[in-house]
Design a protein around this ligand. Structure first.
Ligand SMILES: N[C@@H](CCC[C@H](N)C(=O)O)C(=O)O
Length: 369
């Protein structure tokens, strides 16, 4: 698949609509030729583009740059040529997604096969998944659907829904409203954009009933699979299975080694053995966890349909639920992931899990389909 415009294409201020009001990401703006894209500057080099004051800078001496023009009212996000997919790439602590404006249809603009190609890190844009912003159903403001990088469709994505919230805030004038409702395969999810730009998400209640996670592991008396034994290649792992709408298998260690050193794990070798284990009929995401203190955990993740990623939001939620159920941590934790930390609270009064973390634009682009 030919990528027409990705990270390297020229930029225009015409596409800089309302960025300053919606996030802290800094953008350098360029204009030459008819192709357009925005690209974040280095984090310390702040150049915010607004419709009022276009501000152009060039990072490469080989680029030919025209004088700044007044921004047109047409946004980059409003372009709708047929056969071209406009997207914005976001990441949430390193878990990266291609966001697609699908608000005019309940049919995803690309197929799972196209998603696999776009997610390819060598031959495509590169991402852990593709997320579609769709019209709301059942009285919700929006619907979020996602394809994993292998083309499978999960029920939910925690880092993805934070990116989704920031994307919606960029696409629409929310009139000061910072919170909205999102229908997902995991039910109702409610993100709220905070003043510092981070997004706090009501992730709903965890599902603990083993058959609903789903896992075939023998359930405890209360139907949960907490501190169950999972045999992988002759090694007995202690696992707790939690669904946050999507399935998670959380482990703090094996029978012979209760305290994992997560950096020592060969994820690429053991991850797929958990993902495709016969005990998980819908496959599973797996979190390997190290406990620093009752409020500070560290995890690495092998995701269903995406492999080793830098972060998993639903996974971090499942980890805190499992840690509480196993008596290893309290209900408020910081979870360190390879891409950065997330704050997770499993609230006692409503049984909901709340996740707080960042979501950032990486770049804007277009690709022929
Ligand atoms: N990274 C996501 C989870 C994405 C879905 C997952 N791979 C699955 O198949 O369940 C997150 O941040 O939650």
């Amino acid at each position: 698949m030919a990528i027409a415009a990705t990270k390297t294409l020229p930029l225009t201020a015409a596409n800089s609509r309302s960025l300053s009001s919606i996030n802290s990401a800094a953008f350098n703006c360029f204009r030459f030729s008819s192709l357009s894209i925005q690209q974040p500057s280095t984090p310390k080099s702040i150049s915010i583009c607004t419709d009022q004051k276009p501000n152009f800078r060039v990072s490469s001496s080989s680029m030919s740059v025209q004088a700044p023009e007044q921004s047109s009212p047409t946004s980059f996000l409003d372009h709708k040529e047929s056969g071209i997919l406009h997207f914005v790439k976001y990441h949430g602590v390193g878990n990266d997604f291609i966001l697609v404006d699908n608000r005019d249809s309940m049919e995803p603009k690309i197929t799972p096969e196209q998603a696999v190609k776009l997610c390819d890190r060598n031959f495509g844009i590169g991402a852990d998944g593709v997320i579609f912003a769709m019209p709301g159903i059942n009285g919700t403001d929006y619907t979020m659907r996602i394809f994993n990088s292998d083309g499978s469709e999960p029920e939910m994505c925690g880092n993805g829904v934070r990116c989704f919230a920031r994307y919606i805030a960029e696409l629409e004038n929310l009139n000061g409203k910072q919170s909205f409702t999102v229908h997902t395969g995991a039910g109702l999810i409610v993100p709220e954009i905070q003043e510092d730009g981070k997004v706090k998400v009501d992730m709903g209640e965890p599902i603990l009933k083993a058959s609903d996670v789903p896992t075939k592991l023998s359930p405890n008396k209360d139907q949960s699979a907490v501190k169950a034994t999972l045999s992988v290649d002759g090694l007995n792992w202690n696992v707790t299975c939690v669904s946050m709408g999507n399935p998670h298998c959380v482990t703090f260690g094996t029978e012979s080694n209760e305290d994992l050193q997560v950096d020592e794990l060969n994820l690429a070798e053991i991850g797929p053995k958990f993902e495709h284990h016969v005990m998980f009929p819908a496959r599973t995401n797996t979190e390997f966890v190290q406990v620093f203190s009752p409020s500070h955990l560290k995890m690495r993740v092998w995701e269903r349909g995406a492999g080793a990623t830098l972060a998993c939001g639903t996974g971090a939620c499942a980890v805190v639920v499992a840690a509480v159920l196993e008596g290893r941590a309290g209900r408020n934790c910081t979870v360190d992931l390879p891409g950065g930390p997330l704050d997770i609270e499993w609230r006692e009064d409503d049984n909901h899990v709340y996740m707080t973390g960042p979501a950032e634009v990486v770049f804007y682009g277009s690709v022929p389909l």
